[in-house]
Design a binder for this molecule. Structure first.
Ligand SMILES: C[S@@+](CC[C@H](N)C(=O)[O-])C[C@H]1O[C@@H](n2cnc3c(N)ncnc32)[C@H](O)[C@@H]1O
Length: 260
């Protein structure tokens, strides 16, 4: 269950991880999208509020919804640190992006940083998109960000070997090495079981090995287009990166801007 997944040690390592810190371009992209399409904004899978707070600071009213209590606790702390005008624009709530009814409509709904990959079943993906559509104002937009799948890479056995992806030191002095491996490939289901292994040396020398194990559902371009169409959307634009360039063979992302 996804809530249990993020209600783990990961919440304490998420924001300071270089894998998260280097994602600045997506924040600028969502800020620009909110300027273009307006507010209120609903962020599904808001986590610790990385994007949420940036939108509030840019003057937008934003609701962040997430399943994980521990991720939301971080978001609450970040909201408390904002200037009062920004703080009042942020609304955080615990909920499941596959079934929510907020009794409010939004001009922009975003699902940043690949949270959609956590929805393993087609039924969950459609439930999420259908819920999103019900919460959009007429003319509103949904922005959905997933990575562009390189089919060959997804089941290359080389990824079964653990490899280092980042090293960093937290502000409170923990030395962290993150490595990654694919534990199992499920090609017919378009899923990989992934492990992110955090090797931590605490101040004082205690060593710890923490494993964030999760299943990733990967998607192809026309699969998402069909899903969106089945849920009453049409694709107004498709970008391959957060610099607004169109999707190309080598693009890392698939960012769908859909109209309901
Ligand atoms: C990679 S994090 C992204 C967090 C944040 N949007 C960001 O950009 O930093 C994915 C988030 O999706 C949340 N999530 C996964 N499945 C969910 C679901 N069914 N409903 C709501 N949130 C979910 C997780 O708890 C986690 O906080």
């Amino acid at each position: 269950m996804t809530s249990a997944l993020y209600d783990s040690f990961i919440a304490d390592y998420y924001d300071e991880s270089p894998l998260v810190q280097r994602r600045l371009q997506d924040v600028a992209f969502y800020r620009e999208a909110a300027r273009e399409y307006g507010d209120p904004v609903l962020e599904l899978g808001c986590g610790t509020g990385r994007v949420t707070m940036a939108l509030a600071e840019a003057g937008k009213r934003v609701t962040g919804l997430d399943l994980s209590e521990r991720m939301l606790e971080r978001a609450v702390q970040k909201r408390a640190a904002l200037r009062v005008e920004s703080r009042e624009r942020v609304h955080l709530m615990q909920g499941d992006m596959t079934r929510f009814d907020l009794g409010e409509k939004f001009r922009l709904i975003i699902i940043p940083f690949r949270a959609f990959h956590h929805l393993l079943e087609v039924r969950q993906q459609m439930d999420c998109l259908e819920c999103a559509r019900k919460h959009l104002t007429p003319g509103g937009r949904l922005v959905l960000d997933v990575f562009q799948t390189d089919a060959e890479r997804m089941h290359d056995p080389v990824h079964q070997r653990e490899s280092l992806v980042a090293e960093y030191k937290t502000q409170d002095g923990r030395e962290v090495r993150i490595s990654e491996r694919v534990k199992a490939f499920h090609r017919a289901e378009q899923r990989n079981d992934v492990e992110m292994i955090f090797t931590v040396v605490h101040p004082g020398g205690r060593k710890e090995r923490l494993v964030f194990a999760w299943t990733l559902r990967y998607f192809f371009r026309y699969e998402i287009e069909h899903l969106l169409a089945r849920c009453g959307f049409h694709v107004a634009a498709l970008y391959g990166n957060f610099d607004w360039t169109p999707l190309r063979d080598e693009s890392p992302e698939m960012i769908f801007v859909a109209e309901g």
